[in-house]
Design a protein around this ligand. Structure first.
Ligand code: DX5
Ligand code: ZN
Length: 229
């Protein structure tokens, strides 16, 4: 089977009701989400704290598809096993979070999870040049990590450079931060296939009124496909 480069929408539960993660995950999946994006923050690598592996394990049974765990933590290696045991399909670590990202990616793959590497806006595409054979996903941050609802930073040139570097390798390009129907076409045109969106998916809806989630997901997907009006 050929590698799936079609657009995938990955709602970030950072923008959901923290008292209702299980129901929120189920609601966005029912409303058309492809992956669920889970933001883990430590108050050290980024200036905000969310939750850890125990919470990921608790929400796992409520997710039918892919659980995509974005680790904004430093150090990272000591926690990889915990997130793999929690049922993460993808575990993504930041290149800026460790002096030994090569080892970190090896350690993620050794658990059986897919290995992702994330780049802050200030980090060039060349930072992953020696990592391509160890990587299943490159996450291009289009905000400085730590908070949802920030303004999109255009990283089109970096995305295009990465797309060319990847060639035929089975590596996803994921975009994280400020994705909405206006910015989705920019990143899709540059070569991204996984679009993380927090605020733009969860706005206007709730677990008791999930239809707006579906409308929001559809609007982002159609915008990325160039048919949004
Ligand atoms: C930022 C997180 C993002 C964030 C995206 O540090 O990694 O996943 O939740 O949120 P929005 O879509 O609101 O920018
Ligand atoms: Zn994220």
């Amino acid at each position: 089977m050929s590698f799936d480069r079609s657009i995938k929408i990955a709602p970030s539960i950072l923008a959901s009701d923290f008292a209702n993660f299980g129901a929120e995950c189920a609601a966005v999946e029912t409303q058309g989400a492809d992956w669920i994006h889970v933001d883990v923050m430590d108050g050290h690598f980024v200036p905000n704290i969310t939750f850890g592996a125990a919470t990921c394990a608790a929400i796992r049974p409520h997710i039918k598809g892919i659980m995509d765990v974005h680790l904004m933590i430093s150090p990272v290696d000591a926690y990889i096993e915990d997130f793999a045991k929690a049922g993460a399909d993808f575990i993504t670590a930041h290149v800026e979070a460790t002096p030994h990202i090569h080892r970190t990616l090896q350690a993620i793959r050794a658990t059986g999870a897919k290995a992702g590497v994330a780049l802050n806006p200030g980090t060039p595409a060349s930072a992953v040049a020696e990592l391509l054979d160890l990587t299943d996903l490159i996450c291009v941050m289009t905000v400085n990590p730590g908070f949802g609802g920030q303004k999109f930073i255009d990283m089109s040139d970096k995305i295009k450079t990465l797309r060319a570097m990847i060639g035929n390798r089975p590596i996803h390009i994921e975009i994280d931060g400020g994705v909405d129907p206006k910015t989705a076409p920019i990143v899709a045109a540059a070569g991204a296939d996984v679009l993380v969106a927090g605020s733009a998916v969860f706005k206007g809806g709730s677990v008791t009124d999930p239809a707006p989630y579906g409308t929001n997901i559809r609007n982002i997907r159609e915008a990325a496909a160039g048919v949004y009006t």
